[in-house]
Design a protein around this ligand. Structure first.
Ligand code: AHR
Length: 330
């Protein structure tokens, strides 16, 4: 009997210990539940990206995705393939999914009022990334992006210096109706207007794409004014790189027969400068993921944020390209 009681007690203690263990394991699991990120609800952000039209855009996407992952933020990412209707659809889907914050890079400036009103009515704050919109500014909480007018001015100022204020210019413009297309055109014109011998003789969109930049430059060179072109201003590096190919195929020397300035500062532009084919790139920094999520986290925590946050950027001329190339991150 005594032995039987002993066995029963040992069994009961073991069972109790086991249950205790199970209970404590259960508690621990609850504490470690990753969905709860230490008790806090995981932040869910919807981001509508324009597309993948340029090396700049790819670097921008990578920066945003990497930063979300680093911070443990759930990112619902949608690629709009350069179509405004796809962006509007994505924003509506984010509203239906009740994300905490919506961020997007608007492909064009206008046509956003309705969908932004829908986000506001649903109580979801919106942050603009990279490009601005023309809409009532109470419809978004913040805009993080470069000063595109200043970038255009910097390109114009460089070209005036490099050509001694004399140039017959071909211009490759970005996506029609986009903030960088409109602002870079404006800033450039402002910078060259005091030089009567600097004239834009050809201007066409290349949609921020390398292949379309090449096509447009081919058309410029074949046009009646083609032989007079002494300078090229491209609204981004990808279009300039396409144009460089067209210039070479036409038997001319890019960077010498035609002075070229473009915008972005991607690695391939630095390589073209080292090869003497591009004369200057004005930086437009795509690596804004960390700044963007700083803003988003503050907005989600209902902390105040500045309405307009400008990204800091520089200008790189050909002479500086070789030293700068190894340090370029995009
Ligand atoms: O909005 C930024 C611009 O968009 C970049 O200059 C261009 O390369 C991109 O596609």
């Amino acid at each position: 009997m005594k032995r039987g009681l002993g066995l029963w007690l040992t069994g009961a203690v073991a069972l109790a210990l086991g249950m205790g263990l199970l209970v404590s394991c259960k508690d621990d699991t609850a504490k470690k539940d990753p969905g709860a990120t230490g008790g806090k609800k995981k932040l869910v952000v919807g981001f509508s990206q324009i597309g993948a039209e340029s090396a700049w855009r790819t670097a921008n996407t990578d920066s945003i995705k990497a930063e979300a992952e680093k911070r443990g933020i759930e990112l619902k990412f949608a690629d709009a393939q350069q179509k405004q209707q796809n962006q509007i659809g994505a924003i509506r889907a984010f509203i239906t999914q009740k994300v905490d914050v919506i961020a997007f890079s608007p492909v064009v400036e206008t046509g956003w009022e309705q969908v932004l009103k829908e986000a506001k009515a649903a109580g979801i704050p919106v942050v603009l990334s990279d490009r601005a919109v023309k809409a009532d500014d109470s419809l978004y909480v913040a805009f993080l992006g470069a000063d595109f007018i200043e970038e255009g001015r910097r390109a114009g100022t460089f070209l005036a210096k490099a050509t001694g204020g004399k140039a017959q210019i071909a211009e490759l413009r970005g996506t029609p109706g986009s903030a960088p297309e409109l602002d870079r055109a404006k800033g450039f014109r402002e910078a060259i207007e005091k030089y009567p011998d600097m004239k834009i003789i050809k201007s066409q969109t290349g949609n921020f794409e390398r292949a379309k930049g090449k096509e447009a430059m081919e058309a410029f060179l074949k046009s009646p004014e083609g032989a007079q072109i002494t300078a090229l201003y491209a609204h981004n590096d990808d279009m300039a790189l396409g144009a460089i190919q067209a210039i070479e195929e036409a038997g001319k020397k890019p960077g010498k027969d035609i002075t070229i300035v473009s915008i972005d500062g991607v690695k391939a532009a630095f390589e073209a400068m080292v090869d003497g084919k591009l004369n200057c790139t004005v930086e437009c920094n795509p690596l804004i993921g960390a700044q963007l999520f700083d803003i988003i986290e503050k907005v989600a925590a209902k902390k105040p944020v500045e309405k307009r946050i400008v990204v800091e950027e520089g200008v790189f001329e050909q002479e500086k390209a070789k030293d700068a190339l190894p340090t370029r991150k995009y």
